[in-house]
Design a binder for this molecule. Structure first.
Ligand code: PMV
Length: 322
């Protein structure tokens, strides 16, 4: 009745922004992501703790604010009649700061909860359950390059390429570690209801997805770079033009974009992407990773650098489901 799972965050190269169905948490657009390896969340779910109510400990500290969402996730995996759980979470990077900590947390929680309850579910079912809690979490049930579809009545995913067959690297420039002010569900709804660019965002996504799929199939770095940067800037334009505007960037974010442009001018194979936070993720080929890391580390306002390979799917920690 207890199990521990580990999951890595994923970052979208073609972004998910907007919901088609709030209740079922279905995305309005498809998205394509890469799962990372060096950043991770480990979650243990103990259904034997003899508790009357769920308890969530993050890095050893009780967290009441995040408990509701994680309890709802356990309810959807195990059922509402389940025993109360002690949930412990450890994460090796800042949470709720635009580094996809909810993706790794809900992916790990889903895998651990199912195992703790003795359920043996196929990966796609685990991904659907994780995706109910956080849309992007569904993608962390898979490694490498993953597409999350916006079609159909349930969440659906496809692996486009595994993590070994195109070993790109990601250098994450952390420019702020505080948690963001607006969560993504609320922010997506504000964009849908108020941004004059929302419809064209939805209409042009299929074209970006097709370009990215082809680039990943052919391992065409320049093509992937072009479409990923454009898609990222379209999502942020949509956010900036919402009312109230959502501006997740800080001055260091912009400095990092200039650093990436300079590296590109020098012939380095690198591109940027930014999610709902001020951190810049620079995706590059392995040969250029050291130069990208050094240049971003020397960029004004960068507090910390994390470098990572692409990573595997969420999984149980060996021997934990006994
Ligand atoms: O899964 P959520 O609700 O945390 O939303 C993720 C939104 C972005 O990170 C900005 C884009 C994406 O596709 O991951």
């Amino acid at each position: 009745m207890q199990a521990t799972a580990i999951a890595q965050p994923n970052i979208a190269l073609i972004k998910y922004w907007g919901k088609r169905d709030l209740g079922r948490n279905l995305p309005a657009v498809g998205s394509i992501s890469i799962t990372l390896s060096a950043l991770h969340t480990t979650i243990a779910v103990d259904l034997d703790a003899g508790l009357r109510n769920d308890v969530l400990l993050i890095s050893g500290v009780a967290d009441v604010e995040r408990l509701t969402r994680i309890s709802a996730c356990l309810d959807s995996v195990i059922g509402e009649q389940r025993p109360a759980a002690r949930i412990t979470s450890e994460c090796n990077f800042p949470i709720a700061a635009g580094l996809a900590s909810s993706a790794s947390a809900f992916a790990a929680a889903t895998v651990a909860a199912a195992a703790a309850a003795g359920l043996s579910l196929p990966t796609i079912e685990l991904a659907r359950l994780a995706g109910l809690a956080s849309g992007s979490a569904a993608r962390s049930l898979y490694g490498g390059f993953t597409e999350l579809s916006n079609a159909g009545d349930v969440i659906d995913l496809t692996v486009l390429r595994d993590e070994q067959s195109w070993p790109l690297q990601v250098v994450v420039a952390i420019t702020e570690t505080a948690a963001k002010a607006t969560g993504s569900t609320a922010a997506m709804e504000i964009s849908r209801q108020t941004s004059p660019f929302y419809e064209s965002w939805i209409e042009t996504q299929e074209e970006d997805l097709a370009k990215a799929r082809a680039a990943i199939r052919e391992r065409d770095f320049a093509a992937l770079a072009g479409v990923a940067e454009h898609n990222c800037l379209k999502m942020h334009s949509l956010m900036w033009a919402s009312r109230p505007p959502m501006m997740y960037w800080n001055s260091a974010t912009l400095h990092c974009l200039q650093t990436v442009r300079k590296l590109q001018d020098e012939g380095r194979q690198v591109f940027f992407t930014i999610d709902a936070g001020p951190q810049v993720k620079a995706v590059c080929v392995a040969d250029d990773a050291a130069a990208v890391r050094d240049a971003l580390a020397a960029t004004p306002g960068v507090r910390k650098i994390m470098s990572t390979d692409l990573g595997p799917a969420a999984r149980l920690v060996d021997g934990s489901d006994r």
